[in-house]
Unconditional design. Sequence first.
Lengths: 153, 310
Amino acid sequence: MHIFRKAAVLGLIAGLGLSGAAALAADDPIATRQAIMSSVGAAAGLGGGMMKGEIAYSPAAGKAAIATAHAAALSFGDFFPAGSDQGDTGAAAPIWEDADGFAAELAKFQAATASAAQASGRSGPADIDAFKAAFGPVLGTCKSCHETYRKKN
Amino acid sequence: MKKAAIAIVMLVLAGAGVGWGLSAPTRISGSEAAALKEGDAARGELVFWAGGCASCHAAKGASGDDLLKLGGGLRLETPFGVFVAPNISPSTADGIGSWSLVDFANAMTHGTSPDGENLYPAFPYTSYARMSGADLGDLFAFLKSLPAVDGKAPPHELGFPFNIRRGLGLWKRLYLDPAPVIAAPAAGVEVDRTLWERGRYLVEGPGHCGECHTPRDLAGGLVLAQWLGGAPAPTGEGKIPNITPVENGFGSWSAADIAYYLESGFTPEYDSVGGEMVHVQENMARLPASDREAIAAYLKALPPVPTASD
C-alpha cells in the first residue's frame, strides 16, 4: 500500500514534469526552435570539424552528426506558429509571408538529411570520404534557407 | 528697395548657377580615357565575380549560367525608395551593347551615364571608382561576351527630392572619392604588405564591402570614420555585422576563419552565411584562394570600430 502510494506520487510528479515540458515547448516555440537549430549548429560543427581534419573522424561521430541533423530537419518546421515572429527571434517575416517557399526549403533540408541517414546505416559512414559524400549536401542546404528566411545579423 | 530686390534676385540666380555647375556630371579625364584598353575576357570573369555584378543584375534567385544573363529587374527596397537594377547585358537596344569602354569607365568610376546623367549610388560606383583601368578593361571585355538579354528593367520608384538626378551631382561632390579609405595596416599588426594591398583593393574597390558594412549618414553617404563597423541592413530586416577586429566580436575570427567563411559559407561556430551575403560568399568562393587570404589579411589589420548600439 505504502509502496503503491509512493509510486503514484512519483508517477504524478513525472507526469507533471512531462506536461510541464510539453507546455513549455508549446508556449515558447521560439526557444524550442532555437534549441533545435543550435543542435544543427553543433552537428555541423562536429561534421565540419571532421571534414576539415580538425577532429579525428569516427563512424559513430559521423552517425551522431547525421542523426542530429535528420531529427532536427523533421521537427524544426513545427515551431513557427502564427505570431511567433514577435520576440527575440532571427526568424524573418518571409517565413509567414511566403509559407510555401519556406516549406520548400525545409523539404530540401529533409531530403538531404534523409539520404544522409540512409547512407549512414547502422554504424555510420565508414570513412571520412563516405561521410563527406553524405553530410556535404546537408551543409549545402543551410544557406539557401538562411538567405531569405533568417534576419540578417 | 528696388535695388535690394534686384540684388537678391541676382544672388539667388548666382546661387542656382553655382548649384547647377556643381551638380554637373563628371567624367574621366582625357589621359585616363586614352590609357584604357579593351582587356581580356577570361581575366574579366574574375573581376566580374569580385565585383558581384550578377548579385543585382541577374534575375532574382538565378544560379548557374543564369547568373550571366544580366537583364536586371532586381528591386532594392531602401529608405530612399525602390531602385530597380537595369539591364547591363550586351543588348544594343536595352542593355550596354552600344557603350564604349570610355562610357563604361565613366559609369563605373564617376557614376555618369553615356548621355551625361548622374547614376544613383545604389550602383556602387563610390567603391568601383577605386578599380584599376586594367580591371575595367578586362571586365568590359567579359561583359561584352555574355548573352544579350532583351527588355528594359522598369524605372526606379523614388519620391522627391531623390527623383532629381541632377541633384546627385552635389552628392557625388561630397561622397565620391577614389582615394583609399585605409592608408596603412593598423599599427602592431604584422602583415605581408603586398597581400594587404591586394585585400584593400578587393574590399574597398570591386568587392564594395563598405556599401553594406559601413553606416550611412542622413544623406546616404558612408561614414568613413566607422569604416566596416556594421550598419542597419540597407534592405529588409536586421543588421549587417561589424567586420573590424573588435574584441568579443569579429576580432575572434582568425585570418584562416575569414578565408574559410568566404570559401565555404560557414562561420567558426558553423553557423551559415545568410541574406545577401550568400551571393557575396558564393562570388568570393570563385576567386583564387590567395584573394580570400588577402581580404582576410586586410580585415585583420583594420582599425577596430566599436559596434554601434541600438
